[in-house]
Write a protein that binds this ligand. Structure first.
Ligand code: DOR
Ligand code: ZN
Ligand code: ZN
Length: 432
């Protein structure tokens, strides 16, 4: 066998099982998996786990327009530290990513700054041109209700033509599903008030509407499912996919987070949280994504009514979910499916799996090493976390396309983030 550029050794997750193996990398892709492989640079991690690193299909990098909260450099570096090597950025920036000009501007910014690979969503608005946007985007995003950025559409009927055009691009339509008409507008002083203004039915009815929408060929992806009643509408099909976030699985409105727990859809009750958790275990959700939505401490310290909605999460999603694996709440198979394999598959990326020809996006994990999550050890510009003091398992090392980026909590790589839409060749499906 010809020599590899890089070899990574350890207990490798291959096709659902762990084996002592070497992964050989040539030109950033997995070129061999075997018991003994030689290469120019060999990283031997002994008995530690070698897993595919994660694809976070829902992040808000705030660039351009709100870089005091986050920018592509800080957000993508946070991602890498947390074992996420590819992020998909949402369009509610300033300017919103609803035109080809805005998309180009964002693509240039991200290409110049990103440490992780990235894909960009375009926003669906009345009069937008999905056909023109399609070539540069990983997917489309539609907001059914008002939230950060004011991109919400007046009604599904009003953008039928645009949705038909999205369908003909073949790309996924990610949806923020809340029903604007069922939103309360009362003053808010607490997480309980925020929940009363966005009750379960506000989400459930939006998902129901979306499921009933008949636009031939449209692939809808419901972001951040949060209400137990919504689970009735969660089904498994290639045309309809569903996402859950760590915050809706792990936090609820009884938390003492106050404005820091203000998010849309809201943190709900313990019973909702438990129902979501069971659904995750039953493999009802297609993916888990962070909805990383950073705001500064100063902004979150505003009066409850004025504080913005959203919380950071791109650096903690993998550590929190690995902790659940360690505590035997979910299996390692579920972890890899919902954080690596399926997000890659859903968006057509050549990532998310340790098999031949895939990008060598890899993380090294020691399930025995939990640490306390602390904001001052994290890398988002927003400088806080709703998970302060909780346990997490951070990856020991992270490789992006075969190059080591993170080791023992330190950045030791060279910035190499790429736009997956521009750079990815079609996934090779021939692997064993
Ligand atoms: O809480 C939220 N924050 N929900 C959203 O839909 C948007 C996000 C943000 O961008 O801040
Ligand atoms: Zn949303
Ligand atoms: Zn979001």
């Amino acid at each position: 066998m010809s020599s590899m550029d890089v070899v990574v050794k350890g207990k490798c997750y291959v096709e659902g099982r762990l084996y002592d193996r070497c992964i050989g990398v040539v030109d950033g892709r997995i070129a061999a998996i075997g018991a003994n492989i030689d290469g120019e640079r060999v990283y031997d991690f002994g008995g530690k786990l070698i897993l595919p690193s994660a694809v976070d299909a829902h992040v808000h990098m705030r660039d351009p327009g709100a870089t005091h909260k986050e920018d592509f450099a800080t957000g993508s570096l946070a991602a890498l530290h947390g074992g996420v090597t590819c992020v998909m950025d949402m369009p509610n920036t300033d300017p919103p990513t609803t035109t080809v000009a805005a998309l180009r501007e964002k693509a240039n910014i991200a290409a110049a700054k990103s440490y992780s690979d990235f894909g960009l969503f375009a926003g669906v608005a009345q009069g937008c041109d999905p056909a023109a946007l399609s070539a540069g985007v990983i997917g489309f995003k539609m907001y059914m209700a008002g939230t950060t950025g004011n991109l919400h559409v007046p009604s599904l009927e009003s953008i039928r033509n645009e949705l038909a055009e999205v369908a003909s691009t073949g790309k996924v339509l990610a949806v923020h599903a809340e029903n604007e008409a069922l939103r309360g507008k009362g003053a808010e002083k607490s997480l309980g008030d925020h929940l009363r203004n966005r009750p379960n039915e506000c989400e459930t009815s939006a998902i129901r509407k979306l499921n009933n929408l008949a636009v031939p060929g449209l692939k809808t992806h419901v972001c951040h499912v949060s209400a137990k009643e919504s689970l009735r509408f969660v089904s498994k099909s290639k045309e309809r996919t569903f996402e859950v976030t760590p915050h809706h699985l792990l936090l609820d409105q009884d938390s003492k987070l106050s404005t820091y727990g203000k998010v849309n859809p809201p943190l709900r009750n313990r019973r909702d949280r438990q129902a979501l958790f069971n659904a995750l275990k039953e493999d009802l959700f297609t993916i888990v994504a962070s909805d990383h939505a950073p705001h500064t401490i100063e902004e979150k310290e505003e009066d409850f009514d004025f504080a913005p909605c959203g919380m950071p999460g791109v650096e903690t999603i993998v550590p929190l979910m690995l902790q659940l694996v360690r505590d035997r709440h979910i299996s390692i198979q579920t972890f890899v499916r919902v954080l690596c394999e399926r997000p890659a598959e859903l968006f057509g990326l050549n990532k998310g799996r340790l098999c031949l020809y895939r990008d060598a996006d890899i993380m090294i994990v020691d399930l025995m090493k939990s640490t306390e999550i602390k904001a001052d050890r994290l890398h988002s510009r927003c400088a806080w976390t709703p998970y302060e003091g909780m346990s997490g398992i951070f990856p020991k090392a992270v490789f992006l396309r075969g190059e080591i980026m993170i080791e023992d909590g330190a950045w030791i790589g060279e910035r190499a983030g790429r736009n997956v839409v521009e750079s990815q060749r079609k996934p090779v499906e021939a692997e064993a």
